[in-house]
Design a protein around this ligand. Structure first.
Ligand SMILES: Nc1nc2c(ncn2[C@@H]2O[C@H](COP(=O)(O)OP(=O)(O)OP(=O)(O)O)[C@@H](O)[C@H]2O)c(=O)[nH]1
Ligand SMILES: Nc1ncnc2c1ncn2[C@H]1C[C@H](O)[C@@H](COP(=O)(O)OP(=O)(O)O)O1
Length: 228
């Protein structure tokens, strides 16, 4: 018999570790990791109508408008009716949260609360493989060969909007738009907030919370794979 499906969202400012923690959750609990940034990049690469539109905003370091995001993501979620998933990067705004609400019932929302200084240090040290979206940090998870992606060997790049000047504006914007979303999930009783400066210290708390909510891997009957 298939276990109950599980749907979760992870929220947090840029650099808070959503991508990093989502990968750990996906590995440990067998949820599919869905990322708004990855969906956008796939659509841009495939030159879809929404992708072409989204590109004009992303290139300027702007948020993609709500109607483009919902047009892009909701059909993908509707295809996932038989899967458990964890969504990273969506919803970002109250309009997006309401649209998501009308498509599915969330079981849990994880909100990451990380000090500004920590975000600034991490992002100024973040390197990305543009082809895959794989993320490195020169201190925390460096690539095996400096400046090169572990799998493809291709060069890594840094985003202009990861630099401190752009980051201040991105964080201010995140705070403004995320607050009503966080309030909404709090009022639904599904919000869990984790604060700290290190992913490795936050992770055990998230892991134990999810262990109480997802007793076994939802789409297989295998045991949790413990993380190193
Ligand atoms: N030093 C340090 N770096 C970390 C830690 N956790 C994550 N990182 C790095 O910090 C950067 C940001 O982490 P991501 O997982 O990309 O964060 P995100 O919230 O998905 O960021 P956005 O995609 O910008 O929204 C990456 O370079 C990570 O490798 C940590 O505990 N310590
Ligand atoms: N839910 C959402 N609403 C609006 N724009 C979004 C969005 N999710 C992602 N974007 C935009 C912001 C970024 O310009 C771009 C890339 O997303 P990302 O990979 O999550 O961000 P980052 O560049 O901070 O690592 O897409």
């Amino acid at each position: 018999m298939m276990a109950k499906l599980f749907r979760a969202v992870i929220m947090g400012p840029p650099g808070s570790g959503k991508g990093t923690i989502s990968e750990r959750i996906a590995q440990s609990f067998g949820l599919k990791h869905l990322s708004s940034g990855d969906f956008l990049r796939e659509n841009i690469a495939a030159d879809t109508e929404a992708g072409v539109l989204a590109k004009t905003y992303i290139e300027r370091g702007l948020m993609v408008p709500d109607h483009v995001m919902t047009r892009l993501l909701l059909p993908r979620l509707e295809e996932m009716t038989r899967h458990s998933w964890l969504m990273d990067g969506f919803p970002c705004t109250l309009t997006q949260a309401k649209a998501l609400n009308s498509t599915c019932d969330l079981d849990l929302v994880i909100s990451l609360n990380i000090p500004y200084e920590t975000l600034k240090d991490r992002l100024s040290d973040r390197w990305i493989h543009p082809g895959s979206g794989r993320v490195y940090n020169m201190g925390f998870n460096p690539p095996r060969v400096q400046g090169r992606d572990d799998l493809s060997g291709e060069p890594l790049i840094q985003h202009d909007n990861d630099q401190p000047e752009a980051l201040v504006a991105r964080l201010r914007h995140y705070k403004d738009v995320a607050k009503p979303v966080i309030d909404l999930y709090k009022s639904k009783g599904i919000l869990h907030t984790f604060s700290g400066t290190e992913t490795d210290k936050i992770w055990p708390y998230i892991n134990s919370l999810l262990s109480t909510k997802i007793p076994s891997r939802p789409e297989t009957d295998t045991q949790h794979i413990p993380l190193p």
